[in-house]
Design a protein around this ligand. Structure first.
Ligand SMILES: NC(=O)c1ccc[n+]([C@@H]2O[C@H](COP(=O)([O-])OP(=O)(O)OC[C@H]3O[C@@H](n4cnc5c(N)ncnc54)[C@H](O)[C@@H]3O)[C@@H](O)[C@H]2O)c1
Ligand SMILES: O=P(O)(O)OC[C@@H](O)[C@@H](O)[C@H](O)[C@H](O)CO
Length: 564
């Protein structure tokens, strides 16, 4: 069996026979250079990091346009450094799945080091400090999920974890914002060298979100006398420290057993997936679609790698902002979230299969074309109509992408306001539009509330995907007439009575949705849809059909013609 590690990589002909592209640079030399003059460090080195970022750096290395690798950093409670990177000598097998079923396979060696940002792991930590203290470092990027940036909970109070990090100071930081701030503090103390902190997560104004995270930690430390005031000024000095905005796009599902089987058939072994206590799914390989878009605000005070050569677009701040809004609030992620929650309710395990269900396809189309597009500004570099067409007709229906509604449904409470709130607000604010006329987005919101019950459209319980607010939101929904005991009963005895549920307690939460749904004229409408979805087995589908003007007869005739 071929093994994914330095020793295994020596079997060049066997890899080539398996159709796998190999790195074309001197890995030892790159590792040496990275130690000597590191340029790029990344926190949260999960699947999207490997499928897009590590791939881009590999291209630069292959073409002689870079001479250092990326340092992957994990926080004290992340497990992937020890469980995924180290056993495979930091190598990743990237598998890209084209719409015709072709699998492009490449071993990525662009992660030169994988280190844990845990002050108690002294060797790793010393290497990270050395990298941060080196003037050569140009950028520190992040893919830590939307919740990785959160220092506050609903209502605005600091989380317990954030307060612990504020009190502990830079020597014992645990969460990612504090861990990164602690290392930035070492850079400040060494000479306050310039640096770019680059968020690559799906949140609008992601650079600003990251800036707020790091400067909040710095301020709290300074207020406690645990860091110098000058550190806050350093992070706020835009000529020395930047937080560029970005838009990142490449559907990168969790590692799929089917892809692993394909690789095993090619003679590549040892590719088992691990799931961390934080619900991160990782394997030595990563599977992703072929389409990829990364647009970055060109603001790098310490310089940057020539990533244009790897297809990455650089633009001004407003262009990046508009591109991100186009993708995250209108043309891709809202469709994904709607398909995620309806898919879990209707028993789907694949996004591509949902796109073959005419009703769900119509839901996705209506969200994108009828409700999102009219309020989206053209960013100028990626035309929204073309982008949406590709999403609806090529990317989401690609049967070779093993993406699941369950992955996308994770952390929906952290995303729902971004995915739908922006469009609702835009319809509400425009004189020529009326938010109360929206249908598909309210259906998606109602379906999410229905999904929170953890009972599918046949009345069978399912486990909702991990979400930091799941218990609290379910409790709110079930609180109206009392006790947890009743809640538990509702879970096991099939669908609860709509009258016993307090969906208003969720819909009225303006912080959750980023907009007042009742003021927008949508609260009662969504309540009605939600109630409709509780009217016995099959009620979710019936509600979608009714609201989308989709007759059952129409559905079955299309399904019949598709089958024949
Ligand atoms: N997968 C995609 O299709 C895709 C595409 C575009 C953008 N993104 C963005 O990238 C993010 C990560 O996606 P992924 O597929 O790499 O996920 P992943 O689960 O493979 O990796 C997530 C990484 O974030 C870390 N992490 C998770 N929770 C954290 C927390 N609370 N604090 C600090 N670190 C935390 C994990 O340890 C892991 O390293 C997404 O949330 C999204 O914002 C993903
Ligand atoms: O990664 P999240 O949790 O923000 O959202 C889930 C998916 O919609 C997302 O990962 C997409 O696959 C991605 O945004 C495509 O570029």
């Amino acid at each position: 069996m071929l093994e994914l590690n330095e020793r295994g990589l020596g079997r060049i002909e066997a890899w080539q026979a398996a159709g796998v592209e190999l790195p074309r640079y001197d890995r030892g030399k790159i590792a040496e250079n990275t130690l000597d003059h590191p340029r790029w460090l990344h926190f949260g080195a999960g699947n999207i990091f490997r499928s897009l970022i590590a791939k881009a750096q590999q291209k630069l290395l292959n073409e002689g346009l870079a001479d250092t690798g990326i340092i992957a950093a994990g926080t004290p409670d992340s497990e992937s450094i020890d469980r995924v990177y180290r056993p495979h000598d930091n190598l990743t097998l990237l598998v890209e799945m084209a719409a015709d079923g072709h699998l492009r396979k490449e071993v990525l060696a662009s992660v030169a080091e994988a280190l844990c940002a845990d002050p108690f792991r002294t060797d790793d930590y010393a290497r990270l400090v050395r990298a941060f203290e080196n003037p050569s470092l140009q950028l520190v990027s992040f893919t830590v999920t939307e919740k990785g940036y959160a220092l506050t909970e609903a209502g605005g109070a600091y989380t317990e974890e954030a307060r612990r990090d504020f009190d502990a100071g830079p020597e014992r930081a645990e969460q990612v914002m504090a861990a990164a701030a602690a290392l930035a503090y070492r850079r400040y103390l060494k000479g306050a060298f310039p640096l770019a902190f680059v968020s690559l997560d799906n949140c609008p104004h992601n650079g600003d979100v990251l800036r707020t995270g790091l400067t909040t930690v710095a301020r709290e430390w300074a207020a406690r006398g645990l860091a110098e005031e000058g550190f806050v000024r350093y992070l706020e000095d835009r000529s020395r420290v930047s937080f560029p905005l970005t838009m990142i796009d490449k559907i990168t599902p969790r590692p799929s057993a089917a892809i692993r089987e394909e690789l095993t058939k090619l003679g590549i072994g040892g590719l088992e997936e691990t799931t961390s206590s934080r619900h991160t799914h990782a394997a030595p390989f990563v599977n992703a679609e072929t389409a990829e878009y990364l647009v970055i605000e060109d603001d790098f005070p310490a310089g940057r790698p020539p990533l244009e050569a790897a297809g990455i677009l650089f633009a001004d701040r407003e262009t990046v902002n508009r591109t991100d809004r186009m993708k995250v609030t209108a043309c891709l992620n809202p469709l994904h979230t709607a398909l995620a929650v309806t898919g879990c309710l209707l028993g789907y395990a694949r996004i591509a299969d949902e796109m073959r269900d005419p009703l769900l396809r119509r839901l996705a189309e209506r969200i994108g074309r009828d409700e999102g597009l009219p309020v989206v500004e053209d960013p100028g570099i990626l035309p929204p109509e073309k982008f949406l067409d590709e999403v609806l007709n090529e990317r989401l229906p690609n049967p070779f992408i093993p993406d699941t509604p369950q992955r996308i449904a994770s952390d929906t409470s952290k995303k729902i306001g971004i995915r739908f709130g922006h469009t609702i607000r835009a319809h509400k604010d425009r004189n020529d539009l009326d938010a109360a006329n929206l249908t598909a987005i309210p259906l998606a919101v109602a379906a999410w509330c229905r999904y929170l019950l953890g009972i599918d459209d046949t009345g069978t319980p399912f486990e909702p995907s991990p979400d930091p607010r799941l218990d609290e939101l379910r409790e709110r929904l079930l609180r109206q007439d009392g006790t947890q005991a009743k809640a538990a009963k509702a879970q096991t005895a099939g669908l609860p009575d709509a009258a016993a549920l307090n969906v208003r307690a969720i819909l009225a939460d303006t912080e959750l949705f980023g907009v007042d749904l009742y003021e927008a004229g949508l609260g009662a409408k969504i309540e009605g849809m939600f109630r409709g979805m509780l009217d016995g087995p099959g009620a979710v589908r019936r509600t979608l059909e009714r609201e989308l003007g989709y007759e059952a007869a129409e559905a079955s005739s299309i399904e019949r013609s598709e089958r024949s």
